[in-house]
Ligand binder design. Sequence first.
Ligand code: DAH
Length: 348
Amino acid sequence: MQDLVQKLQIYKSEIGEYTATDEPSVEAFRIKWLGSKGLVKTVMGAMKDVPVEQKKEAGQLLNDFKLFVEAKFSDLKEAATASSGGAEKARPDLSLPGDTIALGSRHPITLMRNKIISIFQRLGFAVAEGPEIEDDWHNFTALNMPAHHPARDMQDTFYVDAGSNSAVDWLLRTHTSNTQIRVMEKGVLPIRVICPGRVYRNETISARSHCFFHQVEGLYIDENVSFADLKQTLYFFVKEMYGGDVRVRFRPSYFPFTEPSAEMDVSCFICGGKGCNICKKTGWVEILGCGMIHPNVLQNCGIDPEKYTGFAFGMGVERPAMLKYGINDIRLFSENDVRFLRQFTSAT
Ligand code: DAH
């Protein structure tokens, strides 16, 4: 009995000093003391050698010892899980901010297109859309470009193979001017629309040009519409788009569907007109083509050119977007690289 008491004391002091901060050492403790061949079992086995009159006392001692080992084991286990972060993991920290969900962003072309649209909407222009796969009539002929007209060569066209039975030539529209024709053909006057959309040309892809890009077309038809109205409308647009300090100039130009025709330049908003790489040292940046709608075009759409006049204009979206956002390669717009697109999450 004396032996047993002594043994338990030695065991207890050994156990009392034992520390374990990781799970393997806690497991080692369990195996040594509480395992099926562990020391607790062994000392319990000593009961059979204890004389009957001491059995009660010895049983008490051994039970206390077993409880002592079990309590130590559970302390060790708790300490080890806490230090491995397990307890923290099991209990969520409600004070942490939630997981952020990545925000989508508008494409820079969409941003620029919406900006252009909203300026004209303030002047009462409605938005009209036309098809990207178009027939020859709406893209060329009705716009005063009959077959073999040399102006057709200004725009390299992608033709669509519609089979030999097709009565008309189908193509990918080369400009948004097709939508002018579609709106005019409806015959509801007066007309005041802008037509945003994607256009296609068979051009070599480079940093400056692509085989598809975007345009916004404008069209205004009513009685007594004059070139002065065209200029005022575009002055307003430029002021809203580029600020009040930007200067404007019109240069005579040629488009088959307008007469007279002009191209409009704005003073370079990068260098303020002093001359830089963007404006090729001229101080001016061309932004659109425009003119008074040719009487043949009105007639082609069933509108009486004696009664009605109108103006039209067409501008690209890529170039102003490149200038505004400092993008130097047009191909970035269509590569869908999220590292590029992500930069416009908070752009306006
Ligand atoms: N369609 C022309 C182009 O793609 C742009 C244009 C010029 C449109 C003059 C017009 C206009 O409506 O009046 O180059």
